[in-house]
Design a protein around this ligand. Structure first.
Ligand code: ADP
Length: 466
């Protein structure tokens, strides 16, 4: 159990590490693609700007210049006359809003950039934003309407040429930095673009590595699960084999030692003169030999089924009568004083079965019902037809079977944990035998059981009405 948990834990930890490493790698690839995307569009934008400058009669801001000229002429004299500082601040804000609104709305640059991208087969749908960084109204004394801290920092990095690509690509892509002036104003602004489909485009580019990663992780997880299951199955089978050998030795030893003792008894002089004792001992030897023979035959038959198909020798029989016969011979063969109640609803029903195997199947269920009982055994047998099938139920008041064992009791060599201690003798083959016979008749067997309450085995065999 400890080894099993360690293997499981190690496997799970390795898978977690593997998944984390993959996530880490994919995040790295994603970040790299994101930066590459930003760089690519920064370069494409720069090409677009030089193209526009060379080929176009306008830079796309002519309307802006016209509107700002009229506006700045009007406000410039006003602003220079304002003495009240509060009023001046309010007026500055109005001016900045107007400038920002006009450059954002009235320019043709975005359309030109988009047309350039489209002609080159690049992504043409982008959002843009223009940010004014420094606005001055020029008069006798220049008034700073707006000067952002970021702008002064960026101006110095730009001048020194140290604007890093990652800084730009982190969110939006900086296309260009413009300066516009006239007699009344002077300002700088930055033009950014942002692709709403950027994530989708990057996903498309990374999809191959992403899919390969997911696929390889899935393969590793599935392989781990299969290997782990096989390992556990192998372990279970090897345990079953060991238990089977122990149980078989025990089962074979009992009749053998009885026969040995009986042989020794027959050698004794005082026994040889007593005919009654000789007969009794001979009977005992005979009985034990039959038991031994049955055990060996069962093992041989089962190993033969593994190699060849089950051969049934079917006969048409009246089932109710046949069931009565089986129960009667079980009772007369010992039955360990079990009280057996029979209830059939099968009057006159005929069915094709292999008489020998069918008898062995019912006998196995009856002897289990007696064997796995810790009180006076009471067995209820029911027989009826349902959906063109014959159903035989064998219910007992015995020790019952755990839910976890119920799944395995029909497996070869399986014995429930209580069965492994030699209190209940057996080889773990009886129910396997029952299941194989029921299946050979085209049917099946099932169990329902509650520990300490009892078990009910149901055999279902399909049949045609005769
Ligand atoms: P065996 O009896 O030789 O151990 P079986 O294949 O007949 O092998 O049964 C498998 C296991 O199922 C048994 O070890 C026992 O634990 C359980 N079992 C079978 N029949 C009954 C029953 N009627 N009541 C309780 N447990 C049963």
């Amino acid at each position: 159990m400890k080894k099993r948990n360690t293997v499981q834990l190690l496997g799970i930890i390795s898978i977690i590490i593997l998944v984390s490493v993959q996530v880490f790698i994919i995040r790295g690839i994603w970040k790299q693609k994101d930066e590459m995307f930003g760089l690519r569009y920064t370069m494409r934008s720069q090409e677009a700007i030089s193209f526009i400058n060379r080929r176009m009669p306008t830079d796309g801001f002519d309307t802006v210049r016209l509107l700002l000229k009229d506006y700045s002429e009007k406000v410039n004299s006003e602003i220079h006359a304002i003495k009240d500082s509060n009023e001046l601040e309010a007026r500055k804000k109005e001016i900045l809003d107007y400038f920002t609104g006009v450059v954002n709305k009235e320019q043709d640059f975005s359309g030109m950039l988009s047309a350039y991208f489209e002609r080159r087969g690049f992504e043409k749908n982008f959002n843009y934003s223009i940010v004014i960084n420094n606005l001055e109204m020029i008069g006798n004394d220049t008034i700073d309407v707006y000067q952002s801290k970021e702008f002064s920092n960026r101006q110095s990095t730009m001048r020194s040429g140290r604007t890093s690509a990652s800084e730009i690509s982190r969110s939006k892509i900086l296309v260009n930095w413009f300066r516009m002036e006239d007699n009344n104003y002077r300002f700088f602004f930055e033009y950014f673009i942002d692709f709403s489909d950027k994530q989708k485009l990057i996903l498309k580019e990374t999809s191959v590595s992403l899919l390969m990663s997911i696929f390889s992780i899935m393969v590793v997880v599935i392989l781990f699960m299969i290997t782990y299951r096989n390992l556990m199955e192998e372990k279970r089978l090897s345990n079953l084999k060991t238990d089977f050998i122990n149980n078989m030795t025990h089962e074979l030893k009992t009749p053998l030692s009885t026969i040995t003792v009986a042989g020794k008894t027959l050698e004794m002089v005082q026994i040889r003169t007593n005919e009654e004792k000789i007969l009794e001992t001979a009977k005992l030897i005979g009985k034990q030999s039959i038991h031994l023979n049955q055990l060996i035959n069962m093992i041989l038959e089962i190993s033969m089924w593994e190699r060849t198909q089950f051969q049934l020798d079917k006969k048409t029989i009246e089932i109710e009568e046949f069931m009565h016969d089986i129960v009667e011979s079980f009772k007369s063969g010992g039955g360990n004083g079990a009280s057996i109640n029979q209830k059939y609803n099968l009057s006159g029903e005929k069915i094709d079965i292999d008489v020998v195997y069918f008898t062995a199947m019912i006998n196995n269920l009856l002897s289990n019902a007696v064997k796995y009982s810790d009180k006076e055994p009471v067995i209820d047998i029911e027989g009826f037809t349902s959906d063109n099938s014959l159903c035989i139920k064998v219910a007992d008041n015995g020790i019952g079977i755990n839910r976890s064992d119920q799944k395995h009791i029909f497996d070869k060599f399986y014995r429930a944990s209580t069965g492994n201690i030699h209190k209940f003798k057996g080889l773990g083959l009886g129910l396997y035998y029952v299941k194989r016979i029921a299946e050979a008749h085209g049917g099946d067997v099932s169990v329902s059981s509650k520990p300490a309450k009892g078990s009910t085995f149901t055999i279902t065999i399909p049949y045609k009405l005769k």
